[in-house]
Design a protein around this ligand. Structure first.
Ligand code: FAD
Ligand code: AMP
Length: 475
């Protein structure tokens, strides 16, 4: 007879492992199945985020930022260094160490919470039966559950005529593991992943060219932020070509020739390496048996309602494999909400206040709606902003690029969106998420005491500016 669980989670990324821990905390007998293997073939729970996404990219962004500062900014502080060098294999080994520590930590957390973990591939069959094929060999076995949570994540989108070969034409996995900075790096897609990984190798000496099909830069972000970002990235040497649709790429004599269709017809660019970062798609290969009853949307996502229920009662789905932004914190919050719903508790996800962050330099972060979204929805709003160039702490730290912009409803003053570009934007945005969650007004932010000198004073001043009473800038 198959082992019976209250909850089986398929997928051990930030959606799946968090759901499993929360379910176990709530007293539910829980199993988690994840097939990700490290280079030695061992289990490495944590999914894309910990293994080849959020964490390793931030490790390399931090290493490369130190190197960049050493070469370009320490001089201003009177610090001189001779023969600054970067040993890429050491940097990569450090990144791998960070990943190992965190994935090992997830294993410990699962164990500590008494979650039964299986390293292998899970397939959902009819009747909430899950068949597991162990990754390290051995017999396939079955588990039964009252509830199954699908958290199978996503994989990179591949474009026609541009085939990954793992060496010259790579996805995020390859670009997190180059053994040296390529002299020239082409990046297809100037989205979040392309900008972050392009920045890493640009700082380490690669000549980086981003080829972006859309005519607008960072179209998802507020237009003032994208304008400022484009200016800063250009200064850093990132060569961004907008309106450039990549048609094909071929490797010839250790070079990648990329054919691009732009305003002026077709052109060919040649690079040493090519990163394809044109977005990600839900991953459901081999996850569902034909009789599982779980429906997919025409975009290949697992179909779910507002509370993550699939078309089969007792089967739920969270994270990148369902609708909504492909972000780790969104996946985790959905995982927690589902575990709580299964345990009979109330739970909800507030998609309007999911923060977005791009970890470039300066960082970009936002929550809520952009100015262009408010305009097209016909909402009347007031706007206030404050440049970091007028913030004491930013100047003291050499971080004067960027600004904070707050948008609030003209009538009620409720905050509708906050857009930050600048140092530590990823941390500064949290205050604004809290304010929006509490349905706060710009007046609330304007009346809260912010410590001096801090970057957060720019949030305070932007709120004051919205009402024409900023202290440290003209109104
Ligand atoms: P995943 O993390 O993809 O995990 C799914 C897991 O399920 C995987 O381990 C997979 O092997 C396993 N699996 C799939 N099918 C099966 C099966 N049938 N049986 C067993 N196991 C299975 N997001 C952020 O919020 N912040 C960032 O800074 C950020 N940076 C990123 C940088 C890069 C380079 C990339 C690629 C992504 C980044 N993301 C970031 C996105 C983030 O990684 C994803 O949103 C997040 O990992 C989604 O979590 P998930 O649990 O849904 O899926
Ligand atoms: P993101 O979804 O943030 O990862 O961004 C992916 C980016 O890739 C988007 O801005 C797309 O417009 C862009 N993109 C998709 N296909 C192509 C292509 N063939 N050539 C150039 N850019 C592309």
């Amino acid at each position: 007879m198959a082992d019976k669980f209250d909850v089986i989670v398929i997928g051990g990324g930030p959606g799946g492992y968090v759901a499993a821990i929360r379910a176990a905390q709530l007293g539910l007998k829980t199993a988690c199945i994840d097939m990700y293997s490290d280079k030695d073939g061992k289990a490495s729970p944590g999914g894309t985020c910990l293994n080849v996404g959020c964490i390793p990219s931030k490790a390399l962004l931090d290493s490369s930022k130190h190197f960049h500062h050493l070469q370009h900014e320490f001089g201003d502080h009177g610090i001189s260094v001779k023969d600054a060098g970067i040993d890429v294999p050491t940097m990569i080994a450090r990144k791998n160490g960070v990943v190992k520590k965190l994935t090992g930590g997830v294993s410990q957390l699962l164990k500590g919470n008494k979650v039964t973990f299986h390293h292998g591939k899970g397939i959902l069959k009819a009747g909430k039966r899950v068949e597991v094929t162990p990754a390290e060999g051995g017999e396939t076995f079955s588990l039964d559950a009252d509830n199954v949570i699908l958290a199978s994540g996503s994989v990179p989108i591949q474009i026609p005529n541009v085939e990954f070969d793992g060496k010259f034409i790579v996805d995020n996995v390859g670009a997190l593991d180059f053994d040296q900075a390529p002299a020239t790096l082409g990046v297809i897609g100037a989205g979040v992943i392309g900008l972050e990984l392009g920045s890493v190798w640009n700082r380490l000496g690669s000549k980086v060219t981003l080829l972006e099909a859309l005519p607008d830069f960072l179209a998802l972000a507020d237009r003032d932020v994208s304008k400022l970002a484009a200016r800063e990235f250009k200064k850093q040497g990132l060569d961004i070509h907008l309106g450039s649709l990549v048609k094909s790429a071929r490797v010839k004599k250790d070079k990648v020739n990329v054919v691009v269709e732009g305003d002026k017809g077709e052109s060919t660019h040649t690079f040493d390496r090519l990163l394809v970062s044109v977005g990600r798609k839900p991953f459901t290969d081999g996850l569902l048996s034909e009789d599982s009853g779980v429906r997919l949307t025409d975009r290949g996502q697992i179909e779910v309602d507002d509370q993550s229920r699939t078309s089969v009662p007792g089967v739920w789905a969270v994270g990148d494999c369902v609708r909504g932004p492909m972000l780790a914190h969104k996946a985790s919050e959905e995982g927690i909400a589902v575990a709580e719903l299964i345990a009979g508790k109330p739970a909800h996800i507030h998609f309007d206040t999911v923060p977005w962050v791009v970890y470039t330099d300066p960082e970009i972060a936002w929550v809520g709606q952009t100015e262009q979204e408010l305009e097209s929805a016909g909402v009347t709003y007031r706007s206030g902003s404050f440049p970091f160039a007028a913030n004491g702490r930013a100047l003291a730290g050499g971080n004067s690029a960027g600004m904070v912009k707050i948008l609030a409803d003209s009538e009620t003053d409720e905050i509708l969106g906050v857009h930050i570009i600048g140092a530590n934007a990823s941390e500064l945005i949290s205050e604004c998420v809290v304010a929006m969650e509490f349905q706060g007004s710009s007046e609330d932010l304007a009346r809260i005491i912010h410590a001096h000198p801090t970057l957060s004073e720019a949030v305070h001043e932007a709120a004051l500016h919205l009402d024409g009473r900023a202290i440290h800038r003209g109104n």
